[in-house]
Design a protein around this ligand. Structure first.
Ligand code: ADP
Ligand code: ZN
Ligand code: ZN
Length: 858
């Protein structure tokens, strides 16, 4: 018997065959994490298949198992092949993605200094020697970290050849283990305890502590965690050991499960009766789900796996549903029903949210409805917590996993449902330099298809690509009417807490538990007129008045800033015209050092104009304000107002999101000033005004998704108003109030936005009509970066000419919009094609980021 193994050694592709030793033959399965000998070292690897024959004559023996159980399900192995194929990643990286951190280890070498004084060493070698002398033996990974961007590897190899340094191959042991806690219990009879008490210790203080331990344990039947004993008695570990020595107590061990939901109490609540609209949608999903499940995990087929399996699978998306409805229209209630149905079928579910720290209320709702059956998965869990959750999931002890995109890889057997809330969110796509730039939504849909599971996507502003597919019947399109809902009892409790009368009203024909409120009115304020009227403040007169109202009535307001790309976008303050490239119609951006405008599409440069080409106004520069500036302005205009700032700076610390939100929702501040994060998540009952300080910033960015992103963010932000108890209004400040994106957002009109956006995408051949791929090269030297980009672009053009793939074209090379990041110049090439990855598959693109389906081209 032979095992086909993917070996975890950097930049290694392909699989290797190993003979399976006697003792392992009966146990070894695909998905096992194993150790194997590999070119003189020990390495970890994942078994991807078993066979009776090996393609090579000479095989080494597989060494052993890292974990007694397989670490990947057959379905996960299958999916890893697909991800590797689709996103041009190495298979081992895709497999590693699915393992808890700390369990999988790359092989490494340990370098030890023997002779520090070497005259013949060159500067590179000298720096390695100095490092080893100063810090003692180091692993390759540590050298990499200490000497970034240097060619330390050949240097250290040369030192090894010269005999100045030794190399020892090594494999770190896994850093995560099941956690064991120490317990104590009484092992003597109560009489024996009483007899022993007078002579416990010569120190009266210690004797008192020991007696307290015995008294406490005398009332417990089960072994007690020692930390409890310490807390109750003031004793320490030595005290317990002494008592054990006396034969009065017994110390033991129990396995602790690190669960991040532990310690929070959840009150189960009954599911509400659905409204007629919800019921109509739920009927469609339920009927479909009843026909789908339950069915066992399909066995992976080798052939399917090799080509990523895409073409050999039926493309029918009959298990994929898109729920389109504004925030608060009752989508989550549908997810909960679908979850209930899945659990009733004995299957399991994964719920993905864009960012778990911003959605504590959603997590709580799931955990409340299914107490004890839900586990949370996120990056702020310790490695140990993550490992435990992973093991519980693998053992089938968790039925629902909720978390950000990585939760998709929780090893749940018999998966029946994947939910993606806010499916349009960019957080679902991981951009390079992340090692596997996969799209969690696309991956979830593929996974669900392979498993015969249902996939539920929900959004108020679906991704144009998703909506297009749903309209084309690849997915079920389920629309909820455009209104906001509230639960009668929740509203009543909130109203009592805040001493206000809710503006919600009952439904004419609906269940008693559900109430409604209309969408908030959105007002576009023309900032050009403000300037004409001599108002140069960042608050228009409308906004100034509205804020005064809010403060007078002791309500709350949110001031939102769209921060992305702030200072580089240039336009006319009088006519609102963005300065555009004559070739591409894309807005040009301003580069300070050269005082030049640049098109990031075709690389045209032009001098900074002194007047607007459109209206000849001289006021053509505009730099957006940051959150601090807005806060200053608020303090100057409204000295009596309490403000809170929520942006990347203030939310950096762990738990900061929660803190800021709870401070705001408990009315410790009147105004919340913030960026993107504000748009997500929470209910804020007293907010009656949401203001967008400047809506235009995002619109001017030279990116194919700029319009979509701006529409989504404005709609989401506007959705924060009007969901409170008192309803609300939205004020959007802009230099271009007639812009169709702003008009569509102001009218809550997704259909209008979609129709226009789709027309434009079709004209330009952007997704959903063709897929995109972005190739980015970075180098500290700008000429080198440009030259390398040119060479690869030429290679690609040659390939295009030879292979003639249908409907494929190539833009670039051009400098990226963010042209210099972390001291490196960035150049890019964009490929538009039905299958862009095919163009570069098999090419050696060293130093390049390759991003299939990029979320932005900035
Ligand atoms: P979404 O997921 O679209 O944002 P939710 O499902 O969170 O919407 O619903 C908004 C509010 O309305 C929540 O507070 C929820 O408890 C309540 N709600 C949803 N459906 C019902 C219903 N059928 N009856 C009563 N309250 C409901
Ligand atoms: Zn102008
Ligand atoms: Zn151009």
């Amino acid at each position: 018997m032979f095992a086909e193994v993917v070996v975890n050694v950097a930049s290694l592709t392909g699989t290797f065959h190993y003979a399976i030793p006697e003792g392992l033959q009966a146990r070894l399965r695909a998905g096992h994490l194993v150790t194997v000998p590999f070119s003189g070292r020990r390495a970890q690897g994942v078994v991807v298949g078993l066979s009776d024959t090996s393609p090579v004559r000479e095989t080494k023996d597989l060494e052993g198992l890292v974990d007694p159980e397989p670490v990947l399900t057959p379905a996960q192995l299958d999916l890893a092949y697909w991800i590797a194929h689709t996103y041009l990643a190495s298979l081992i990286d895709c497999l590693t993605l699915m393992l808890p951190p700390g369990l999988s280890k790359k092989a490494d070498s340990l370098f030890t200094l023997i002779e520090p004084n070497a005259e013949s060493a060159n500067p590179g070698q000298q720096s390695v020697l100095r490092l080893l002398k100063g810090r003692g033996p180091l692993r390759g990974r540590q050298l990499e970290r200490a000497l970034p961007k240097t060619n330390w590897r050949p240097a250290v190899e040369a030192l090894v050849r010269k005999g100045l340094v030794t190399r020892q191959s090594m494999l770190e042991p896994p850093t995560v283990h099941p956690k064991h806690i120490r317990t104590a219990r009484l092992s003597a009879t109560l009489t024996q305890v009483e007899q022993a008490k007078p002579s416990l210790s010569r120190s009266p203080a210690k004797a008192a502590r020991l007696a307290a331990v015995l008294d406490f344990l005398a009332n417990e039947f089960e072994p007690v965690e020692v930390s409890w004993v310490y807390a109750e008695s003031g004793a320490n570990l030595q005290d317990l050991k002494d008592l054990a020595e006396l034969g009065l107590i017994e110390l033991g061990e129990a396995e602790a499960v690190r669960d991040s939901l532990a310690g929070q109490e959840f009150v189960p609540i009954e599911p509400p009766t659905l409204t007629a609209d919800q019921q109509r949608i739920w009927d469609v999903i339920r009927q479909r789900m009843e026909r789908m499940g339950p069915h066992p995990d399909p066995p992976p087929s080798r052939e399917k796996m090799r080509d990523g399996g895409r073409n050999s699978l039926p493309m029918s998306g009959m298990g994929v549903f898109l729920l389109h409805g504004v925030t608060g229209s009752g989508k989550t209630e549908i997810y909960l029903r679908a979850l209930d149905e899945t659990l009733k079928q004995g299957r399991r579910a994964i719920v993905l949210v864009p960012e778990i720290a911003l959605t504590p209320q959603t997590v709580r709702r799931f955990a409340t409805r299914f107490p004890g059956r839900v586990a949370v998965w996120h990056s702020q869990l310790s490695d140990g917590e993550r490992y435990d959750t992973w093991r519980r999931a693998r053992a089938g002890k968790v039925e629902v996993v909720i978390g950000p995109r990585s939760a998709l890889f929780a090893p749940l057997p018999n998966l029946g449902l994947i939910v993606l809330d806010e499916e349009h969110d960019e957080a679902y796509k991981q951009d390079p330099p992340f090692i596997v730039p996969y799209h969690a939504r696309e991956t979830a849909i593929e996974y669900a298809r392979r498993l015969g599971a249902a996939c539920l996507l929900g959004s108020a502003t679906p991704d144009v690509v998703t909506y297009y597919r749903a309209r084309n019947r690849d997915y079920h399109l389920l629309e909820l009417p455009r209104r906001i809902m509230g639960h009668t009892q929740a509203l009543r409790e909130q109203a009592e807490r805040y001493h206000v009368e809710p503006h919600y009203h009952p439904l004419a024909d609906g269940p008693a538990d559900a109430q409604m409120i209309d969408l908030p009115p959105v007002e576009l304020v023309d900032l050009r007129q403000e300037l004409r009227a001599g108002n140069t403040s960042i608050f228009s007169r409308r906004l100034q008045a509205a804020l005064e109202e809010v403060l007078k009535r002791h309500e709350q307001a949110i001031l939102f800033l769209n921060r992305r790309g702030t200072a580089t976008y240039v336009f006319c303050r009088d006519c609102g015209e963005a300065l555009k490239c004559a070739n591409c119609e894309m807005p040009m951006t301003y580069h300070g050092p050269e005082k030049q405008l640049q098109c990031h599409h075709c690389n045209t440069h032009r001098a900074q104009p002194t007047q607007c080409p459109n209206c000849r106004s001289k006021r053509i520069k505009y730099f957006g304000a940051g959150t601090e500036k807005v806060e200053e302005a608020v303090k100057a205009n409204f000295p009596q107002a309490n403000t809170l700032r929520w942006d990347a700076d203030t939310a950096r610390l762990r738990g900061a999101h929660d803190l800021i939100l709870s401070q705001f929702s408990s009315h410790q501040a009147d105004l919340l000033i913030g960026t993107q994060m504000i748009a997500k998540g929470l209910d804020l009952p007293l907010v009656t005004l949401v203001a967008v300080i400047s809506a235009d910033v995002g619109l001017g960015l030279p990116d194919y998704r700029a319009a979509e992103r701006t529409f989504q963010i404005l709609t989401q932000v506007a959705g924060r108003a009007g969901r409170g108890l008192l309803g609300g209004r939205v004020i959007v400040q802009t230099y271009m109030p007639e812009h169709h994106i702003l008009q569509a957002a102001a009218h809550h009109d997704y259909a209008e936005f979609y129709a226009r956006e789709l027309r434009q995408r079709k004209e330009l051949g952007y997704p959903p009509f063709r897929r995109m791929m972005r190739l980015v090269y970075r180098h500290p030297n700008s000429e080198r970066a440009e030259a390398e980009a040119g060479v690869v672009a030429q290679q690609l053009r040659l390939r295009l000419k030879q292979e003639k793939p249908p409907a494929t074209d190539l833009v670039g090379p051009t400098p990226c919009f963010f042209g210099k990041v972390a001291g490196e110049h960035r150049w890019q090439i964009i490929v538009r094609s039905p299958d862009p990855a095919a163009l570069v598959r098999g090419m050696m693109l060293k130093g390049w980021y390759v991003d299939v389906d990029p979320m932005s081209t900035l």
